[in-house]
Design a protein around this ligand. Structure first.
Ligand code: GLN
Length: 184
């Protein structure tokens, strides 16, 4: 199994290290050829405007849209904004939505892994707010200050925070299990 991390801009290396620490191959995706090779994809945090610009400049916008509809995807922070802009997640987002006081920091989160509740550290860095979910097929796995921060739709997992910066690997491990169940 080969997981790819979109590596045009942003926090992609921390995701790669996290996946590799779990014993799974993880490669950086910068071209359409590599995008076609991977079995699953991570869209990292960073700046969604810069990522959008670079994706369009390198003619990767349409290929990415096609690929994220085919394979399991894990999006974090700016990555979730990309999924919304690609039209893959029917949600409404407010960029940098938590305002000054809660803009960045680490907050404990309770995550509902299909009935099993686990605590994880939520690293929020100028995080977007999911302010509406229009698709009833989306489930909410965690909240922070009454807003959804980890959501799932079929083989798409999306966090407004940065699980790749956390000591624990719970969410990445869950994503690997999601991929495995999708492939089988
Ligand atoms: N504020 C960034 C954006 O709007 C996202 C921040 C992040 O990915 N850590 O694109």
């Amino acid at each position: 199994m080969n997981i790819g991390v979109l590596a045009l801009q942003g926090a992609y290396q921390a995701h790669q290290r996290k996946i590799q620490s779990l014993g799974v191959n993880c490669i950086l995706v910068k071209t359409e050829e590599v995008l076609r090779e991977v079995d699953a994809l991570i869209l990292p945090g960073g700046e969604s405007t810069t990522m959008t610009y670079l994706l369009q400049k390198h003619e990767l916008w349409q290929p990415l849209k096609k690929r994220v509809e085919e394979i399991p995807v894990f999006a974090t922070c700016a990555g979730i904004i990309l999924l919304q802009k690609l039209g893959v997640l029917d949600i409404e987002i407010i960029r940098n939505g938590y305002g000054r006081q809660l803009e960045s920091g680490v907050f404990p989160l309770e995550v509902d892994f299909e009935g099993k509740i686990e605590q994880v550290d939520g690293f929020f860095i100028r995080a977007p707010i999911i302010h509406a979910i229009n698709d009833p097929g989306i489930t909410i796995m965690a909240y922070h200050v009454n807003t959804p921060v980890l959501i799932k739709k079929n083989k798409i997992l999306a966090a407004t925070f940065h699980p790749e910066l956390s000591q624990d690997s719970t969410i990445h491990q869950y994503f690997i299990e999601l991929i495995t169940s999708h492939i089988v």
